[in-house]
Design a protein around this ligand. Structure first.
Ligand code: IMP
Ligand code: MG
Length: 176
């Protein structure tokens, strides 16, 4: 099987959307410091590009979580492999994600983060696949709603590849 990738959202559209989201986030946080956190690896690209456009003072921190599933779908059994290095108690936390699908990963992480008593906790995702939702989780900032297709690029991978694409593409498979 050989795969090919079709452009779904081009780079210019993504950057424009991130500027709009950043402006909205700046307004909502009224100049207070924001602790940007993301789950490696997918969310890192969105976090970095969003951060360029934020005028609020920000810090950045990363965690790594494993979610056992079949590779394409997450199971929701989320285990932290590498935790944040900065505490989040009393901070305005903005969790940045690449995509929300079933919502299982985010729901679990939200629970874990809230136990650490941040001042506020919000979620921003570049992409949302509402059709895939199994667990309800409040998402405060959404870049694009997309149909239930498997997408890559801008941090998202298929078997660890394509994270470096500047655009979001849909993966198609063809028989060789
Ligand atoms: P869920 O919301 O718990 O189902 O899982 C979301 C995670 O699954 C994301 O952070 C991605 O790592 C992965 N994921 C879901 N949909 C896609 C996709 O279309 N392409 C690549 N990864 C995806
Ligand atoms: Mg992810």
């Amino acid at each position: 099987m050989k795969e090919y990738v079709d452009v779904l959202i081009d780079e210019a559209k993504i950057e424009k959307k991130l500027q709009e989201l950043a402006a909205q986030i700046d307004r909502d946080f009224h100049g207070e410091e924001i602790a940007l956190v993301c789950v490696l690896k997918g969310g890192a690209v969105t976090l970095v590009h969003l951060a360029k456009y934020l005028k609020s003072p920000v810090t950045m921190d990363f965690l790594s979580a494993s979610s056992y599933g079949n590779g394409v779908k997450s199971s929701g059994d989320v285990q932290i492999r590498l935790d944040l290095t900065n505490g989040i108690e009393g901070k305005n936390v903005l969790l940045v994600e690449d995509i929300v699908d079933s919502g299982r990963t985010l729901a679990k992480l939200r629970e874990m983060f809230l136990e650490r008593n941040p001042k506020s906790f919000r979620i921003c995702t570049l992409l949302d696949k509402p059709d895939g939702r199994v667990v309800d989780v409040p998402v405060d900032y959404v870049g694009f709603e997309i149909p239930d297709a498997f997408v890559v690029g801008f941090g998202l991978d298929f078997t660890q590849k394509y994270r470096n694409l500047g655009y979001i593409g849909v993966v198609h498979f063809e028989e060789e």
